[in-house]
Design a protein around this ligand. Sequence first.
Ligand code: NAD
Length: 502
Amino acid sequence: MAKQHSREDWEKKAAALSFETQMFINGQYRDAKEGGRFETINPATGDVITSVSEGKSSDIEDAVAAARKAYRSGVWARKEPRERMRILYHFAELVEAHTEEFALLDTLDTGKPIVPALQGDIPLCASTIQYFAELIDKHEGLVTATRHDALHYVVRQPFGVVGLIVPWNFPLLMAVWKVAPALATGNSIVLKPAEQSPLSALLLARLFMEAGGPAGVLNVVPGFGEHAGKALALHNDVDKVAFTGSAEVGKLMMVYAGQSNMKRVTTECGGKTPQIILKDAPDIDKAVTYAVNGIYENQGEVCSAGSRILVERSIYDEVVNRFEIKTRETISVGHPFDPSTTMGSLITKQHQKRVLDYIEIGKQEGAQLKFGGSEGTGDLAKGAYVEPTLFTNVDGTMRIAQEEIIGPVAGILPIDNLEHGLEVANDTTFGLAASVWTSDVSRAHSFARDVEAGIVWVNCFDHGDATSPWGGFKQSGNGRDKCRETFDQYTQTKSVWVELGD
Ligand code: NAD
């Protein structure tokens, strides 16, 4: 684990990698029915990594049929709970044993720095699988108080076939947040990874089989959203879709469900997270350090990125200055394989342009560009890099304060006090996360009560573990990842009434 390899070491390891590039259906890798393939590009260099089978609706048909057959056969859903646990523990061990390989795959596909992938994303995948495995035989049903001559009980059963559609920003972790609870509850799965980052999911499928998972239970079909993703979300034999991605596409999932079989839909979408720093913050320097990481971690390509920094007016200038210094001291933009890199490339050139366009919009709206704002130069020009960027004099109604940029662009807004901060914080269509820095316990709790967000951090940012629900209010989605509640989201209740007689 986590040895300090040099950039050259990682490059050698990457050159020696062999990729799974075919779709995985019914326990086997195979080509797309129509034979299509698409290239996956390393956005840090623009180089083609490899090409991958392109799933279309006929492949989704096959994957759903395989998943249904596996589900009905009971080969997974009716396996003894302890046996399912054993297989999932082994699955987690195999993920852990492949940490370097997974980190390399996600880094190549996305341009993210390898060190956080190695130390964060992949270990979290293994622990998420363990967490849901542990829950398998801890989940209980219910007997209700009814007439003395009747027995009424409520059991939770898996949906059957679930479609999982996930984004590119944490390719393996976002997939595992859904795969682990879906498997633990006994469902069969068709997983569609993002077209930008299909490689780690294809390896994951093989490891599930190596761990003893039966064929047909975990199928992976790479492909584009409008083809494979849409076919999966519209499929009449898919009982549930769990989606992570943009709010626009999240809304489409609900439309597709209405246009097909009323499948259950859970969504985890974007955000515009406020980080509130008050003058009584216990440690302003620490608050600023967290604020810098809160927006620039993973190039700002994080659903919960703290893109709105709301600072009490009396400490506004001090925070802006410290923020700039801290960014220069701690954020190092560079090649993802360089161990000193803390900010890599954005996901595609197209996305880079989108982020740069937002920076132009910010300037036109009258916000002041404090630093950053440009693409990478020199060696980085080939990649989809954008410098860490900060706007000051931001007004809460500006587009850069309202819309999700999914890039390293922060706005610092002055606020009069916590009440004003709360108003600004809630003035958005999103509601994923929020943070507040204050020494006043009562005010911290009243903020947590009143802020319209599914996740609240007090005197920290982005802390949590497998037990803490991840999901939003408002247009940040209706689902929850991690946590016990997720178990319920992959099962449905069945009420059984038994007449006992006299
Ligand atoms: P996206 O919505 O463009 O794509 C997400 C997935 O949906 C991809 O697999 C894509 O192929 C698929 N898709 C796209 N169009 C589709 C369609 N018409 N039918 C079916 N599937 C379709 O999002 P993205 O750009 O890949 O990811 C970034 C977004 O994900 C950001 O908004 C980010 O905030 C969000 N996100 C949210 C969370 C969370 O937990 N709330 C976590 C990570 C990312």
